[in-house]
Design a protein around this ligand. Structure first.
Ligand code: GTP
Ligand code: MG
Length: 195
């Protein structure tokens, strides 16, 4: 995939702050610290476009990244971040849900998980919600660089079993560090977005 141009477009919480052009949107979902922001940087060959954190809870708003003036990657705050106080958490969920439920431009949702771990309860809730909603989705298993090659197959089947999905649904092993898997994910995106 040739990226001629990638840039930060805008930050939003409420719908009136979303971009007004109608580009298709590919949104990232996943636990805090799983690497959603890093994933966007690696797919775009950028080091610091999306801000990455060493502690969970780095992304606290919805960030739109413009790719080739053709689509947006949408970086969402992660779930399962315990330090957000309860009131904050309720409100936070409300405006993320608003985006996920009502934004017509969403062309694909990418659920990012950590290849080393079984899906969490929140991951499963998110996956079931994805299945119930009629929108294209993909599961990407990040941090591939952290496990030995011999472990990949086993970890993917643990994830599959955790989500109760069968062999014909792909889970793409990925590393934001080495960019392993980027071509596979771009091929999935290119099925949905015309470049
Ligand atoms: P929130 O914004 O809190 O929801 O987190 P996030 O999902 O955006 O995670 P972020 O991209 O900020 O990354 C969290 C940490 O994981 C950072 O220290 C990254 O450097 C690291 N990380 C992300 N992806 C990878 C990967 O593929 N391999 C390795 N080794 N580290 C990764
Ligand atoms: Mg982030």
């Amino acid at each position: 995939m040739i990226i001629n141009n990638s840039k930060f477009e805008c930050t939003a919480v409420y719908p009136k702050q979303y971009p007004t052009n109608n580009y298709p949107e590919i949104a990232l979902l996943g636990r805090s610290n799983v690497g959603k922001s890093s994933f966007i940087n690696s797919m775009l060959n950028r080091k610091n476009l999306a801000r990455v954190g060493s502690k969970p809870g780095k992304t606290r708003v919805i960030n739109f990244y413009n790719v080739n003036d053709k689509m947006f990657f949408v970086d969402l705050p992660g779930y399962g971040y315990a330090k957000v106080c309860k009131t904050d958490r309720m409100e936070w969920q409300g405006w993320i849900e608003e985006y996920l439920l009502n934004r017509e431009q969403i062309r694909m949702l990418i659920l990012l998980v950590d290849i080393r771990h079984e899906p969490s309860v929140d991951d499963k809730i998110m996956y079931n919600w994805l299945m119930s909603r009629n929108v294209n989705h993909a599961i990407v298993a990040n941090k591939l660089d952290k496990i030995p090659r011999s472990q990949v197959k086993k970890d993917l089947s643990i994830l599959r079993a955790g989500f109760a999905i069968n062999e014909d649904i792909d889970i793409v092993p990925y590393s934001s560090k080495t960019k392993n898997g980027a071509n596979e994910v771009w091929n999935l995106i290119k099925k949905e977005v015309e470049f």
